[in-house]
Write a protein that binds this ligand. Sequence first.
Ligand code: ADP
Ligand code: ZN
Length: 706
Amino acid sequence: MYPNQTQLNQTLKEYFGYDTFRPLQLDIINSIFEGKDNLVIMPTGGGKSICYQLPAILLPGITLVISPLIALMKDQVDGLHANGISAAFINSSQTANEHQDIFQKITDGKIKLLYVAPESLSFLDTIFSDIEISLIAIDEAHCISSWGHDFRPAYTQLGYLKNKFSNTPLIALTATADKATRQDICNQLNIPNATQHLASFDRKNLSLEVRPGNKRIEQIIDFLKRETNNCGIIYCLSRKTTEMLAEKLQSQGYKAEAYHAGIEHQKRSRIQEQFINDTIQIVCATVAFGMGIDKSNVRWVIHYNLPKNIEGYYQEIGRAGRDGLPSSTLLFHSYADVVQLQKFANTSGNQEVQMAKLERMKQYADSLSCRRKILLSYFGELIQEDCGNCDVCKNPPTFIDGTIIAQKALSTVARIKEQEPIGTVIDTLRGAQNAAVYDKGYNHLKTYGIGKEISWRDWQQYIIQLINQGYLEIAFHENNKLKLTTLSRHILFEGEKVSLAHLQELEKAKQVNIEQVSKAKASSLFEKLRILRLEIAKEAGIPAYQIFNDATLKEMEKVRPMSDEEFLQINGVGRQKMQNYGYQFIKEIINFTSEKKKKRKTSANKGNTHKETFTLYQQGLSIEEIAIERKLAESTIFSHIMKLYENGENIDLNQFINKADIDAIKKAKIELENPDTLKPYFEYFQEAISYNTIKIALAILEERAT
Ligand code: ADP
Ligand code: ZN
């Protein structure tokens, strides 16, 4: 059986709610139906799951999914159920009875996808001969290779699967790009002829930004103001930093927690779960956090410290924006971090490789040209155009003649005999009056204080640029002393010109009115839908993003579907989810829209229209006359008058009512026992006295009473 394009599209919409396939998804699916083995390399968030989940729905037998993380299986199975797809998982945490139940369902043909950890495959031995396996998917396939960064011994037995089920197509999936690992995966899984599908690693929705690591906490708090309720991760180098940072953020009212390998297992799982369920907004973590987290609405990732290589960095920022919506990443770059990482690298096993990797990371952070180009070139992908979504593209540096700056720095380094690290060089340049300078008599040097006009921070940036251009270097083996290089003399003695990037006050430019932005966000339809989603998720005991991802909520906000048909048109709404949640979401959208309309009407009119009525009233016009003058209904003018009265304007209500009416209404008030609304009065008088008159009388009576 080989479904055609239309059937595939229908299945995609019906079960996953999406209108179109992402690049490669369709090729991969077709290849599976052709009975081929496949190796899929896609970045995190690229959309690997659908590549085997969709065929699983259409294939006659069961699809076996090998997945390394028990914790994740439940999530995936929940996600499939939410889409109306039957699935189950088998692992060692279940009882024999539970296993038996699942086996029964499998043999009854009631399960389409079965998730199993490699360690638990043996549980299936007894039923293997009774069931039809149509497809075998191996997720996180790099775990099979000791070349990869996540080797798991249990994965190495998986080679037998292809021998045992030689006619069943096998699909291996991973986000690890490296060529050696790729080949190793195919060899070990016995699928040497697998078709390889290599997706682009470009994640265009991730914005890239690098900032100097000064006053990081302040910068983070500023950053968070713009992110309002959005979830994110802050990666730190040390456990201590994660704790310090979490505490600081908590004291600012953020729901933040620290996460590292030193925290007790149960607590860690709890934190992870709360983050997945949106009850914790921020996790301050070491790199121990994140593997296997499928949360699609992580909106930002910050690196508090420089990561030690680009692979790790890219994987970590890749956890943001899996749903394809714009997401922010921010990396703090500090020389203290570089020094620390150099030390680690020097004490590690393969020192040279580690140092080279760190060097590439540093080049990325120091870059004055499109950062995405550097990242992708690291993964062997070349892009022609600048990306437009990194800080360098958005704010391209302008270059200045930096010759004098360079001369000042280099001659200071020369005069202090290349014996000091950056900090002391800058102190000397700026004429600092501290011990580091005085003790060594640098205050007597000719260059002492010649760089006063440049701030400490800018000096640091300029010196880093000089290092990157090869005019200075850091001697990491000698306490990070700044040293001259062979190029230095071109500047010092041969009049060579140096160009330096002008340091812009980037942060200043970004100080858009944060408060206004966050206020607007808080009252948006998206926010309302997000809250609704969270309520539903809590009740159902599944993560919020499994109900609908952020991209789908955004589209609802934009399109505002108000009927079932319209709702089903939204990308991300499949049949099952429409049945389960359509009513609630549509209701919320309708409520929001009508409330907004009302508000708009009143606020547009309010200020001016009341004022106009009041001016005419002051000129002595009656309600009737004002209504004619303003071409408005009498009842409208009347409501203006009442509003003006309530707002404390000087209005005498007695002129609009006669004494008899007041008395009658006073009597009714007693008889009706002071009702809350006007309707009982209206009915009491059998509609003979208007609502307006009742209102006025009550206001007057109230005034008299006080
Ligand atoms: P991966 O396993 O490669 O990290 P996922 O399979 O979890 O990625 O998919 C990432 C996100 O992209 C999920 O929210 C998923 O629903 C969404 N997605 C996948 N395919 C499509 C598609 N064709 N159109 C829109 N969204 C998609
Ligand atoms: Zn760029």
